[in-house]
Design a binder for this molecule. Structure first.
Ligand code: ZN
Length: 239
């Protein structure tokens, strides 16, 4: 595959690799990008995904929110693929500082990565909007419609919805990782979602690598550009 030898060379001389990941890292685990519109999905919902997974929609119509959320945003059976596993192995080997991700699927953690900044939250964490009690994913998947807390409040995923700001501690964690990196690998994201994508501007290390099937705004700045599926690329790397 074109670029693999160069990628290996960059990894071999890096000690502080940081990965910035998006939906394209999880497609090989069977999780489609919820933004990718297909005919079936267009027929099934009355609103665009950006409308349904917004804060005001959650408040106004939690039943329809959860219908979409269960259907399109949670994949409890998904397992880490070679991309997640290679990133975790590099961290374990002391070569990577960690992962900054826009994904909410928890697969980096499941793969064994310890330092993960989940910019948009995670489906495995949920809380009661009334009393704050924490719940796991099962509270969402096992309830028939809108999940409720024992206190009667509605349970909400710890996932950043449209109209909501990112958690400041998580942003600051992500910035720390990116600003300390000697190599930044942008993987499986077209960098169209802000403010997450803006974090890339804090990178001042030696090597910027982009692994993404389609074009990104950072392609021209990249030292290495590989337009292939991330799992196939990372699966070739010797740790
Ligand atoms: Zn409660």
């Amino acid at each position: 595959m074109d670029g693999i030898e160069e990628l290996q060379r960059i990894f071999d001389e890096s000690r502080r690799i940081v990965f910035f990941t998006g939906a394209g890292v999880s497609t090989e685990s069977g999780i489609p990008d919820f933004r990718s519109a297909d005919g079936l999905y267009n027929q099934k919902y009355k609103y665009r995904p950006e409308t349904i997974i917004s804060h005001s929609f959650f408040e106004a119509d939690p039943a329809e929110f959860y219908r979409f959320y269960r259907d399109r945003m949670i994949y409890p059976a998904a397992k880490p693929n070679p991309a997640h596993l290679a990133m975790a192995a590099l961290e374990k080997a002391g070569r990577s500082l960690g992962v900054v991700t826009q994904n909410i699927d928890g697969l980096h953690t499941m793969a064994g990565s310890h330092d993960v900044a989940e910019l948009h939250g995670c489906i495995y964490r949920n809380h009661c909007t009334r009393c704050g009690k924490a719940y796991g994913l099962e509270a969402i998947t096992s309830s028939p419609e809108v999940p409720h807390c024992s206190c009667g409040g509605i349970i909400k995923p710890d996932v950043v919805l449209y109209e909501e700001g990112l958690d400041e501690d998580v942003i600051s964690h992500g910035l720390d990782l990116i600003s300390q990196a000697d190599t930044l690998v942008i993987a499986g994201t077209s960098l169209v979602v802000y403010p997450a994508a803006g974090l890339i501007n804090y990178f001042s290390g030696d090597h910027l690598v982009v692994i993404n099937k389609s074009a990104t705004p950072q392609d021209a700045r990249a030292d290495l550009l590989i337009q292939q599926p991330v799992g196939e690329v990372m699966g070739c790397i010797r740790i």
